[in-house]
Design a protein around this ligand. Sequence first.
Ligand code: SF4
Length: 363
Amino acid sequence: MSGLYVHVPFCKNKCGYCGFYSATDAYDLTERYFDAVLKDLSARKRKKYETLYIGGGTPSSVSPVLLSVFLDRLFSAVGSDFTESTIEANPESLTADFLSVVKDFGFSRLSVGCQSTDESVLKLLGRIHGRNDIFRTAESARRLCPDTALNLDMIFDIPSVENSVQMKTLEDIVSISPEHVSAYSYSFDTEYLKNAEPCCESAFIEVKRSLEAAGYLKYEISNFARKGYESRHNIGYWMLNDYDGLGSAAWSLENYDGGRVLRGKVSDVAAYITDPTAYAETDRTEGVHALAQELVFGLRMLDGVDFSSLKYRYGDMLNIFNERIEKLVSEGMLTWQMEKLKITEKGELLLDSVQEFLWDCLP
Ligand code: SF4
């Protein structure tokens, strides 16, 4: 299983909480940027991918004509028979022309960054769309791209915002009936909030209960889907499967016997265009550290970590975690289900600490 990610690092405005690389003043470089991405692709060994994810930044904010020309060339190079293909958009730039591109290229998922349906919260977050844009664009997406599944992103647990206001966002999102919902805790998921209060337990549980009651299954710490609509591409990230990331600030992961290597591109549009095949960072992980990565990442998945597979591949190395896993199980943070080690609801609330505790026993 391997995925292809393309980073489109252009945004009309920089949101205060955002941890992703994007530029607000580089739209004039769009065409040259897409040329560079294709050059980057031509230097990759892999020529076929199972999933495709066009993310950002804001892919819907670039010229639909340039985007369409780029996708045409991309699909000519790697084919179009993905098991899943996703493109991201923001409500303010989700136009009929952009939706034509989504339909023409057969994207199976459209992921829209809503974040909140409350005007004052949107302003607080630095978003440039309004409440009505969300409903208007969701309706257009359904009408113009009936075969494309919809994911809506929301943020909850925002400091100084009443819980009832955030739950109204959840209610609005459920009323649109997307196939997939990503619900990020402000204090849990963003760098911006490193110093914020820990995630509000009641909000975390309320979001989970409400989405489950509406027919969504929580399959990852921040992701919910109707059955069969889980994001395969993102599951590939959490399972540490191979992926190639094209574009500025994009990362690629390659597994090999005994370890894996992560390679990152420069976080600067102009520098990337100058040398799109160069890597700015390389991070190699082997042995017990590679094992720990699988354990720690895998716990984000509610389905748990398959220990029979880890034992087969890492053997006795796994024993290093025995004592700590036992302690976390006795404290109700983790639980065993046959050969799978799973995070409990109590553990979900403290996932960072659980992961750190396991990681800290490494030499
Ligand atoms: S629109 Fe998205 S990628 Fe762009 S700054 Fe805001 S959160 Fe970051």
